[in-house]
Design a protein around this ligand. Sequence first.
Ligand code: HAS
Ligand code: CU
Length: 539
Amino acid sequence: MTAEARLQLSHFWVAVAAFAIGSMMAVMQALARAGVELPFGTASLYYLSVTAHGVLLALVFTTFFIMALGYMVVDSTLGRIVGQAWGWTGFWLAVVGTLITTVAILSGTSTVLYTFYPPLLAHPAFYVGATLLVVGSWIWCGVMIASLVSWRRREPGARIPLAAHGMVTAVIIWILATIGLAFEVLVLILPWSVGLVDGIDPILARTYFWWFGHPLTYFWLVPAYVLWYTVIPRVAGGRLFSDALTRVVFVQFILFSTPVGLHHQFTDPGITSGWKLVHTFTTYAIMFPSLVTAFTVIASLELAGRARGGTGRFGWLATLPWRDPFFASVALAMVTFALGGFGGAINAAYAMNAMIHNTAWVQGHFHLTVGTAVALSFMGFSYWMLPRLTGRALVWPRVATVQPYLWFVGMQFFSIPSHIAGLLGMPRRVYTGEFQGVEAAQAWVPLVNLSAVGGVILFASAMCYVAVLVGTMLVMPRGARAGLEYAESLSPVSPGPSIWDRLGLWTAVAVVLIVLAYAQPLYHLHTMAGFPSRGFSPF
Ligand code: HAS
Ligand code: CU
């Protein structure tokens, strides 16, 4: 195995391990909420589990998977990964950070959920571990950028390969996002958690958190889009609809991912409604590239379906390779994302947000988006990536074929009732759907039970996924490694770089937009009379 493949696989297996543990916690949560007697059916264990689940899946699984994917794309499109020793340093820092944070959570001293909103207070180790994870990912960013810069020197005047363009977009989003996180954790939270200062301003901390938290979601989404655009049309047997349009989409994510965070804070005091309105507009701007994606990707799939002999208005759909686990994963992820994106538009509308904020709707929304559009795309990609990196064919291909369908069905059972329960007023993050028999809560009970059914199906799907990957490594012999192929563009691609390849320029514009969107509200929060709070641990 090559050194590059080893680097990619190491990140990949950490992601899979985090996924496996996080999924086990998920099914127990879903069952506990539905009233199934479990050894850990207490509030303290429930919230410990939700914290571990959120951190391991939303933060660890995604970050490690994206790092693996980034290295894979760079390796296969830019010729080489520059600074692999640094890549390993970043990897080990991130692993150690993950272990520290996980131990802090499991010890019961850091039940702060994945958003770790102050004044909820965790053990300092929780924040230190998370910081190491982020520092490790920054080193990954450095290696990715160095690889691009070196490629540009070797290939002056060439257009950045599309997949690399998309992955570097994700890198830029991550760097811009984590500036807010670094400020929150290093300046506000860490001194407070070790007792250097008495209090913390929860609103100020949250505002920096959402500077980070929203672009975080596009740091997850853009790598999935890279697969949708640059690999899936090829897997389906067609061509990418437009190379140029794809670059425009990626650049829009650089521009608009960050200056939108206040859409998570519509109900927070201390931020004027004018600024919330500004972030509403930018939020609708950031929906645009996803709407373009819906158009382009479906067009690419239609091309593929027709190339495979499909005819008529919808006949092409039937000819697509629905038994290919990677294709099926992405197609089902897309269908699910249509629902999740629709919900996103509702969340982003100031008045409608008031109906759903902090309700079960929100967990419904993000299990459709990050939990399916992103996670299912990544799972499907694993089936494509592992044989190409190791030379081993997939063991139990039928299990791999069924797995995405199970995920899709399980997720509809989980998410749709969550959305409805949210509209009926059920808060998010409650550990029992019954609320000690309160009248209003009775309407939620059947919905919570349906969600639990979804949770069990999702768990079955998750275990199929892990079993196929682990089984492949244990059972299948090594063979020849197939190369990685990317889709070609239908519309002609001019050879030289275009304005959309000037990623430095677009990053500069993005910085200006962030300053415009955040300078005044943050200045206001920093200078107004704050209400610092002492730390609080519910258990
Ligand atoms: Fe969101 C809350 C608004 C997208 C994740 N979001 C969350 C939270 C998470 C999250 C984790 O405005 C909870 C945070 C917490 O814990 O408090 N979200 C949006 C908007 C979008 C959006 C406007 N979210 C995402 C993505 C996520 C994600 C992507 C993760 C990856 N979200 C919000 C708001 C809140 C929020 C508020 C705060 C709620 C509150 O009050 O707390 C947009 O980006 C969505 C654009 C997407 C589309 C869909 C395009 C469709 C495509 C598929 C087409 C394919 C088809 C099938 C139809 C417009 C691309 C074809 C298939 C064939 C086989 C042919
Ligand atoms: Cu958001």
